[in-house]
Design a protein around this ligand. Structure first.
Ligand SMILES: Cc1cc2nc3c(=O)[nH]c(=O)nc-3n(C[C@H](O)[C@H](O)[C@H](O)COP(=O)(O)OP(=O)(O)OC[C@H]3O[C@@H](n4cnc5c(N)ncnc54)[C@H](O)[C@@H]3O)c2cc1C
Length: 294
């Protein structure tokens, strides 16, 4: 999904550069006038100049704000969340579940051939690039889900795990589950806007608020934001292609379940992949040991 956001922006003329790291900001007096970025694949450094820079670096916000010498405006804490994957046949249910816990809620969501069970909410102060689960996380999740299952799950049922970090605005609450899920936008020095906190669900509101703030720093008349009316690449034309999925399966020689998977993932851009498969049929074969994927 994040890749499709970048591709959608690029389709509207944005220049995008992934696998690059900002190593410092460019300054003209107090004003931020751009950033030095390092290509993490080649190691090359490039100067990018901009009238306004927006810092949207999630749990790394304190580190990146420190580069601008503005640490202290607000802080972002990392809260670790863990999800477990267990095979579908381990839970005899036709629907997902939402359970109340003492801290928050626990979801049990059907996902392909697995159930996703999550999540936890604990402070993380170690390497932000590598959040890792502990046996305590597994015990917590299994204990809660087992409280409603006729046949309890055991650690051996767990086939996969995910661990991620939520960027939470730092407040008075010691527990991360009580910290605000709202976002904040600030303009700590001329030329630099920072947006932090928030949720995935509200990413367009966060983007609008951050860009509106950056626009206030420009001496130009800029039209109002229209993000709420801009579909992602792949959204336009999706329902018609979904209706045509059996025909796509026939034409491509792929099973209709594969077509559905590709449509769910790439929307109306899926035919681009089917064109590649037509050129090189080996691309239409399942990945060894990972049957669900081409
Ligand atoms: C387990 C879990 C469950 C969640 N559940 C939900 C949910 O149900 N609903 C919901 O809405 N939200 C949920 N969230 C929260 C949501 O995922 C996050 O709020 C959101 O992903 C944060 O996005 P972000 O872009 O602010 O930060 P990130 O996705 O962390 O992006 C920050 C980016 O900045 C980059 N970066 C850092 N430093 C630099 C630098 N120096 N130079 C260049 N780039 C840099 C990083 O590489 C990263 O790509 C959940 C999060 C977790 C972990």
């Amino acid at each position: 999904h994040t890749l499709f956001l970048a591709r959608t922006a690029a389709a509207y003329g944005a220049l995008t550069a992934n696998r690059t790291r900002v190593s410092r900001f460019l300054r003209q007096g107090e004003r931020v006038v751009g950033a030095v970025i390092t290509d993490l694949e080649s190691g090359d450094e490039t100067e990018v100049r901009a009238k306004q820079v927006i810092n949207a670096t999630g749990v790394w916000t304190d580190d990146t704000q420190a580069m601008a010498g503005t640490r202290g405006q607000f802080h972002v804490r990392a809260s670790k969340g863990v999800h477990l994957l267990v095979p579908r046949d381990r839970i005899n249910s036709r629907t997902g579940l939402i359970l109340r816990t003492e801290k928050s809620v626990l979801f049990v969501i059907p996902w392909g051939r697995h159930w996703i069970i999550g999540t936890t909410d604990t402070d993380w102060t170690l390497d932000k690039a590598h959040p890792a689960l502990s046996s305590k996380d597994v015990t917590y999740l299994l204990e809660h889900v087992n409280s409603v299952l006729a046949t309890p799950l055991v650690p051996e049922d767990v086939e996969g795990v995910y661990a991620g970090l939520r960027p939470l605005l730092s407040g008075e609450a010691a527990e991360t589950s009580k910290l605000s899920r709202e976002h904040l936008v600030a303009h700590p020095v001329p030329g630099l806007v920072v947006v932090a906190g928030g949720k995935y669900t509200t990413y367009r509101v966060m983007a609008k608020d951050a860009v509106d703030e950056a626009v206030r720093g420009l001496d130009e008349k800029i039209p109002d934001c229209v993000t709420h009316r801009v579909p992602l690449l792949g959204a336009d034309g999706y329902p018609a292609l979904w209706n045509a999925r059996h025909r796509l399966a026939e034409r491509s020689g792929l099973h209709v379940a594969r077509i559905e998977h590709l449509l769910n993932r790439y929307g109306s851009l899926a035919p681009q992949l089917l064109a590649l498969v037509a050129e090189d049929p080996s691309l239409g074969e399942a990945l060894p040991s990972s049957d669900d994927y081409l």
